[in-house]
Design a protein around this ligand. Sequence first.
Ligand code: CS2
Length: 504
Amino acid sequence: MTSPSPTGGSTVRRLASATLAEIAPPTERPTYDRSAVSPGIVHIGLGSFSRAHLAVYTEDRIAAGESEWGIIGVDPLSPALRDALLGQDCLYTLVVRAPEADRLRVVGSVLGAFAMPDDTSEILDRMTDPRTRITSLTVSEKGYCQDAATGTLDEAHPAIIADLANPTAPRSVPGLLTEALRRRRSAGLPPFTVLCCDNLSENGIKVRRMVARFAALRDPGLGRFVAEHVAFPCTMVDRITPATRAEDRAAVEKMLGFTDAWPVVTEPFRQWVVEDNFPLGRPAWEQAGATLVGDVLPFELMKLRCLNGAHSALAYLGVVAGYETVFAGMTNPQCAAFIHRLWSNDLAPTVPPVPGIDVTAYTRELETRFTNPSIQHRLLQISSDGSQKLPPRLLEPALERLRVLAHPRCIAFLVAAWMRFLLGRSDAGVRYDIADPIAARLTAIAHDCGGDATRLASGLFKVSEIFTPDVLAYAAFRNDIVTDLRSILDLGMTGAMAAFLARA
Ligand code: CS2
């Protein structure tokens, strides 16, 4: 996410409660009394995605009269968004960008904004407030301090070590949740429901496991309490939401007539499938378009693999081939053909039957979403945190295919593409940054390989947070990766894709 532009020099007034009534159709705005809304949700990770998704479903329910579900937003990493929102009474503009036109909506469901570490004590007070019944999360895969290959708590993570040493002033997400749950328990309050809205497979189950483990390291009784008495429903969340750019702010100011320091730009499509397990209640999100189900897993696997898997594919193929956005990458005939083959040969066969959805129709719709020309979704943004994204998006489906003696050829090529991406420059020689929690280790391996495919691949296979022994046991899969990597190094990404498509 880019940082907010200074609005101080502008003569245009700032978005604010006092002038909300001046916002006229077609722009939508809250027409309910925001001062009568009380907080029911603390949301950790108030970035663009949650403001395009959970906050909008919730806005619809507040507007329909469910006034006890206002959101207290928390940025776990930086004060920038908090400061931007506090300067405009936590109002913000959602720009829904369809190919033909933009639709604007000012959203009022966020009532307060805080940032860690400045406000940790106040955040814990909010989480311990009896009115808080849900703590929801969009902190990205790495926000949980997990070992991505196993989906368990990384107990050697510096933030976990720090929080175990100083558990009442936590800096990690497992530490924060545990401390808040402990405080509620000692105050005789029931635990809030923990709603993970991140792209992890079986996200509720994994987050329960990690938080319970952290709690058990603090105190075994607390660990049992978290494992047995706290609800962690699973969810599948979906809405493509690129980082906000300076030109988006300028466009909003022009259309809205007010400045907004941090609007959110998103696509028209949205989907939310939620496991209905909320002991303390929830907004009637189903009346805002969410699907409440008993078992989210098939929906999660479909989305995580077909959408996010294809996104990561486009990121590594596209950045190396010299494309900037998902839309631009899809204009490359090799990339588009590759994605089709990836869906049909390697990913769709691993998706279990999904109630009410045909996976082929789903991937056709994905193609329409990926080729929306007005969404500037940068491939470098998606390429970040590959060490956390590769396991659930590509390596878990690869293992499932290998176990039934199928050859996930496209996934092998993509693992090779990611390895090539780690060299940090495109085929045309343009340098880019590798953003990853273990970037230093990954790029050191890449730089030491001297351009040799076997050395690069074997160095990276040793990164156990990504490659499990189960996957590495398949020698043919490993060999395919090395062969594809050699081809990418020799022919360039587009040439190697063309050769791959002609051969496979
Ligand atoms: C993307 C996701 O950045 C990424 O890794 O794949 O943010 C994706 O856009 C969302 O999950 C769509 O719902």
